[in-house]
Every structure is written in C-alpha cells, then in structure tokens.
Design a protein. Structure first.
Length: 164
C-alpha cells in the first residue's frame, strides 16, 4: 500500500491488469480496493510460491499474468509485451511453445513474479506444499521467454531506499 507518484503499488498493478477477469489479489483485504477476488496463501506469510498457488485456485483461463505486490514500474504495456512473448509468432509450429514469459531486469535477472504464464504449466510445476519453496527453483525448469525490461519496468520496492 506504499504510494509512488500518488498511487499505491497495488493500484499500479491493478491498472496494469485493466480488462483482466478475474483479477485475484493474494493478501489481506484492503479497504477501497473493489472488483477483485481476495485470497490468502496458507499459512499467511508462507512466501511467494504459496501466494501464487493460492491465486491460481481462482484462475480458469489458459493464461495468467502474475505481478508481485511491490512493483513500481509495471504498466499495461509491460503486460501486453509479456502476453505477446508468451503467445509467440503464429507460425504454426507449437512444438516449442513456452510455459512463461518473464521480464528480465537490466542486470539480466529474471523477475519471476512479473510474467505471463500458461496456467496449466504453473499448476503442473507447483509442489504439493508450496509454503516456503523457492519460486526460482520451482519455475526455473519451465520453458521461459525472457522479455527485456525497458527503463524502470522491473523496478520494485524492497526497502524505503527503493522509493523514487
């Protein structure tokens, strides 16, 4: 709920997902945030992979966009590029269809919680108990398309020093 440029980080993520249905938010309910499905990872605080699993329980679509809650640079244009990369060129050859497309920061690091994914691939990769498991270790074996970040698109807020 930190604000950057007069908008909360959550509001920035929700704006990047405009038009998506459903939009699932994993975390404690926040007043004034309507039109989303709220859920919690089990147990609360069990980590990002457990949060991903909790959110996937409400997704019936073939593709899902996953956005962390601390993104300050995410926009609808980023989401569009990720979905385009996931879908790839329509050349009729679907033998190498990727499982996911993730944004890659300026240092070449994959931002695992800033991506578009095939829902079935995510579900198949999840361990029976995702609490405390490493996102990178679990999803790292999937076929991934790297999408280079432009400017501060991969910027997140881990500490107060990360605020602009």
């Amino acid at each position: 709920m930190l604000e950057v440029g007069g908008r909360t980080l959550l509001a920035r993520s929700l704006a990047a997902l405009s038009g998506a249905d459903p939009v699932v938010v994993v975390g404690p309910r926040r007043p004034g945030v309507d039109g989303v499905v709220w859920t919690r990872e089990q147990p609360p605080g069990a980590g990002p992979l457990a949060a991903l699993a909790a959110g996937l329980a409400f997704v019936q679509q073939a593709r899902v966009v996953v956005l962390a809650g601390d993104l300050r640079g995410v926009t609808a244009a980023v989401v569009d590029r990720l979905l385009e990369a996931l879908d790839g060129p329509d050349d009729g050859d679907h033998a190498d269809t990727p499982d996911g497309a993730v944004l890659v920061d300026a240092d070449g690091r994959r931002q695992w919680l800033l991506g578009a994914w095939r829902t079935a691939s995510l579900r198949a990769a999840l361990p029976a108990d995702p609490a405390g498991a490493s996102v990178r270790r679990v999803l790292g074996g999937l076929v991934i398309v790297d999408v280079p970040a432009r400017g501060d698109e991969a910027a997140d807020v881990d500490t107060a020093d990360d605020l602009p």
